[in-house]
Write a protein that binds this ligand. Structure first.
Ligand code: AMP
Length: 282
């Protein structure tokens, strides 16, 4: 399997699939594919006849001090995995194909990016919306699959699809984890052996607090403070660990019945930033 690099070529490929009456599922990725990505491919295959993946490390979603240069790039290995999974085409464009010169337009996000990753990474979601908007216009998929792992991304994309009238159905794939609970991530490769052993601690904290909330705990802030202290004592640096409304992505102090919440955390082990979350439905 060869990567398709040009917009014209991927459009031709999609057009011919559509002419054959096939529905198109789309899974955008930044590559360095792991079981989490593959699980999204499989989910897309359940919802559509043909699945197209994109592999593109989008410079617009990295701040100058972030890991754009170091981000793992493993295109040849990724293509083997895509072939094994029965992916119909892989779109892997270069930067000058995706960003042709000076950009006069941008997409702004309001409120939904004020907290969580949006709060810690200014410009991150604007960069994501820009690239996903481009990719949706290029591929025009029937469905697109994104992971719960990046839940704020999913929520903001839902809003983009609604407000910009993209004719695509978004499907959320559950978080794939290693046996010890660590959410799979291309960035886990940055962890040394000791950090890797500590890393599932974030998920354990989320699980613990999540269970208490489901069991009716009302002292949520205290529970979270306690978990933050424990994680810090183990060597994590906390970016955030909090309960958020799924709808507004803003922190909440307590839960109410018939509402959806996200218990989410972002932590650093050394330079490596790890994120994870649990959905709580009341
Ligand atoms: P990325 O390559 O990190 O941009 O991720 C591409 C897609 O895979 C996004 O929709 C992510 O939310 C999703 N993803 C990343 N890690 C996981 C995981 N552990 N389980 C399921 N989906 C994931």
């Amino acid at each position: 399997m060869e990567a398709i690099k040009s917009i014209d070529d991927i459009r031709k490929r999609v057009k011919s699939l559509k002419q054959d009456g096939k529905t198109i599922g789309f899974v955008p990725t930044m590559g360095a594919l792991h079981e989490g990505h593959l699980s999204l491919f499989r989910l897309a295959q359940k919802h559509a006849d043909e699945v197209i993946a994109s592999i593109y490390v989008n410079p617009e979603q990295f701040a100058p001090d972030e890991d754009f240069e170091e981000y793992p790039r493993e295109l040849e290995d990724d293509l083997v995995k895509c072939r094994e999974e029965g992916i119909s085409a892989v779109f892997a464009p270069s930067d000058d194909i995706m960003y042709t010169g000076r950009q006069f337009l941008s997409i702004e996000v309001d409120e939904l990016n004020k907290y969580m990753d949006g709060g810690s990474r200014p410009g991150f979601f604007e960069g994501i919306l820009l690239i996903v908007n481009k990719l949706f216009n290029i591929i025009e998929p029937d469905i697109a699959v994104f992971g719960q792992k990046d839940i704020q991304q999913f929520r903001i994309l839902q809003q983009m699809v609604k407000e910009f009238n993209h004719d695509v159905e978004l499907v959320m794939g559950p978080i794939k984890r290693a046996n010890d609970g660590l959410a799979l991530s291309s960035r886990n490769a940055y962890l040394d052996a000791e950090q890797r052993k500590l890393a599932p601690g974030l998920y354990r904290s989320l699980q613990y607090v999540g269970k208490q909330i489901k069991d009716g705990a009302t002292n949520i802030q205290l529970l979270l403070e306690h978990q933050k202290n424990e994680l810090e004592a183990k060597g994590f640096k906390i970016d955030y660990l909090n309960l958020f409304s799924f709808n507004t992505m803003a922190p909440v102090k307590n839960t109410e019945d018939n509402n959806k919440y996200i218990l989410a955390g972002a932590v650093y082990l050394g330079e490596t930033r790890l994120i994870d979350n649990c959905i709580i439905e009341k």
